[in-house]
Each structure stands twice: as C-alpha cells, then as structure tokens.
Design a protein around this ligand. Structure first.
Ligand code: FES
Ligand code: FES
Length: 187
C-alpha cells in the first residue's frame, strides 16, 4: 500500500542505495532547515525553520502576528504585505529565510506603543475599512509608497495601490485615506 501524502509537497525519504551510488540531497528540498536572524517589529529573532517556508506562515504561526493575511498566496492580492527594510513585500511569496539579516515590520509594529502611525490615522479618519481583511496590507503599502516617494502624484498613488485588492470594494475611501496621508506628510 502506498503511504499517504505527496512526495512532491513533503519531500521524500532517500531511496536505498545500490553499490557505488551516492545520495545527493536536494538543496532546495522543503525539508531543508535554514537558521538565520531577522528583526521583526524591532525585536531580533534567531530562527530555524524550513528554508522554503513562507515569511507569512512563520510570522502568523510562530510569532502570532496575524495582521498579515493569507489571501491568494500568489502575490496577487496584497493581503500579506509587510515591510522589509521599509519596502513592501509579499510575505506569502518571500521565504522567511529571504528576510535574513533584515528588518520586518508588520501592522502590529507600525505604530509607536499606543500612538498610531499617521497612515493608520488617515485610514481611521476616512473610515477606509469594512471587513478589514485587506487593511493591514493597504496601510503598509501606503507607508512603503511614502518611504519611496514622499510626494507621489495622484497617478502614482493610484498605480501603487492598484496592486492591492479589497473584496469589500472600499477603493474610494482607501484612496482618500492615502491622499490624506500624502497631504499630511507634505505639511
Ligand atoms: S496572499 Fe500574498 S499577495 Fe495575496
Ligand atoms: S475592507 Fe474588506 S477586503 Fe478590504
């Protein structure tokens, strides 16, 4: 009887070796562990985890940071967005080991204690959320935009945010919130 589970997904045990055979493990096998350090929301972690495990899974399952969401898992919706050294990244696609030596910010670490980040304030002021599933990613995307372009044009704002999907279709309010954050940053 065949064992349960796919060898493609879970990796395969080595086959018995014949005379003169050499077993070469797959370098990128999902079962290969990586050990590295990464800073998350200002706190440094030394991590040992599967080399191919996504940053999103590690943040959510091991650190309990559930702000970044699993939407599509394919880099198409932006729900999993985090900042890596201040730039937006899809945590569903980036292996946790890909953040080695870098600084990751999730929505949980964006503000300063009880003080919200100005972009969070702008989203609140505009009521730019309904179910809230996309909101952490939207806010971090707007922060990344301001990091890269402190004075974006309207077209640049729209093009930048267009990489994110809101299933509640809250786009007008979200755009207003980003415009408000841009205006506040220009003061
Ligand atoms: S869950 Fe990562 S982009 Fe959709
Ligand atoms: S507020 Fe519900 S998905 Fe955007």
């Amino acid at each position: 009887m065949r064992s349960q589970g796919s060898g493609f997904r879970r990796g395969c045990p080595p086959l018995p070796l014949g005379p003169g055979s050499v077993y070469i493990p797959l370098v990128n096998s999902p079962d290969t562990d990586a050990t590295f350090t990464v800073t998350v929301n200002g706190r440094q972690h030394t991590v040992t985890t599967e080399a191919q495990r996504s940053l999103l899974d590690w943040l959510r399952e091991d650190l309990g940071l559930t702000g970044p969401k699993y939407g599509c898992g394919e880099g198409q919706c932006g729900a999993c967005t985090v900042l890596v050294d201040g730039r937006r990244e899809h945590a569903c696609l980036l292996p946790a080991a890909g953040a080695a030596g870098k600084s990751v910010t999730t929505i949980e670490g964006l503000g300063n204690g009880d003080q919200l980040h100005p972009v969070q304030e702008a989203f609140l002021a505009e009521g730019a959320m309904q179910c809230g599933f996309c909101t952490p990613g939207m806010i971090l995307a707007a922060v990344a935009l301001l990091n890269e372009k402190p004075q974006p044009t309207e077209a640049e704002v729209v093009a930048w945010m267009d990489a994110h999907i809101c299933r509640c279709c809250g786009y007008p309010r979200i755009l207003n919130a980003v415009r408000r954050a841009v205006a506040e940053a220009e003061r």
